[in-house]
Design a binder for this molecule. Structure first.
Ligand code: DGI
Ligand code: FE
Ligand code: FE
Length: 188
């Protein structure tokens, strides 16, 4: 589906600020795809759709996860973990996207997972460093993303984990498993 069609479909589902975030993730993901030899069109599609369920009703998302037999593990860990899997379901059911890599990049964009593909890492990193993000430390992550995708991915997951710990939030087991997977054998 063409970029303009997808953008027009997701725009009414979110406030202006989130739409601008989505456009930022889209451009950043395309740039990273070109830099690291991934398909920019896949990056574009995954980026446009990654937050399309962010403002969906929580009960509705839980119902979809149960009824569509999505991974139930995300239920009970805070509502933020629901929008990725539900967006992946929407990508398939509303837009006919069948590319598993695109669907996984959308599904796991909040938690990461073990054995992430290049596209999944690109979306995860782009989500954290797109131009409208302005938290302390984002500039360092942006610089890393220009040099080495895997190092940037590790730094992004470490940053997210630190944030969860500092704000006394529980850490979803898959997020921890993602961290361990990325850090195995690594010293930086
Ligand atoms: O949707 P975005 O804001 O663009 O970014 P995101 O999908 O990465 O969501 C970030 C939110 O998800 C943030 O408020 C922290 C939360 N989050 C990420 N990983 C975990 C988590 N919350 C819990 N409880 N556990 C996690 O492992
Ligand atoms: Fe998100
Ligand atoms: Fe996002």
């Amino acid at each position: 589906m063409a970029r303009e069609q997808l953008l027009a479909a997701i725009k009414p589902r979110m406030p202006e600020k989130r739409y601008l975030h989505t456009l930022g993730v889209m451009q950043t993901a395309i740039d990273l795809a070109e830099r690291y030899g991934e398909d920019p069109l896949k990056a574009e599609t995954a980026a446009i759709l990654h937050d399309m369920a962010k403002y969906e009703d929580i009960d509705k998302m839980e119902a979809i996860i149960r009824e569509q037999h999505l991974d139930q593990a995300v239920i009970g860990w805070g509502s933020e973990l629901l929008h990725g899997p539900v967006a992946a379901y929407y990508a398939e059911s509303m837009f006919g996207i069948t590319d598993v890599d695109i669907l996984h990049a959308i599904q796991y964009h909040t938690t990461g997972r073990v054995g992430m593909s290049k596209l999944e890492k690109i979306i995860f990193v782009a989500d954290m460093i797109e131009p409208t993000r302005n938290y302390p430390g984002v500039e360092r992550l942006r610089k890393k993303a220009q040099k080495n995708l895997d190092k940037a991915m590790r730094a992004c997951v470490r940053h997210s984990l630190r944030f969860l710990i500092d704000t006394k939030q529980p850490v979803f087991p898959l997020t921890l498993a993602c961290y361990n997977d990325l850090m195995n054998g690594e010293t930086q």
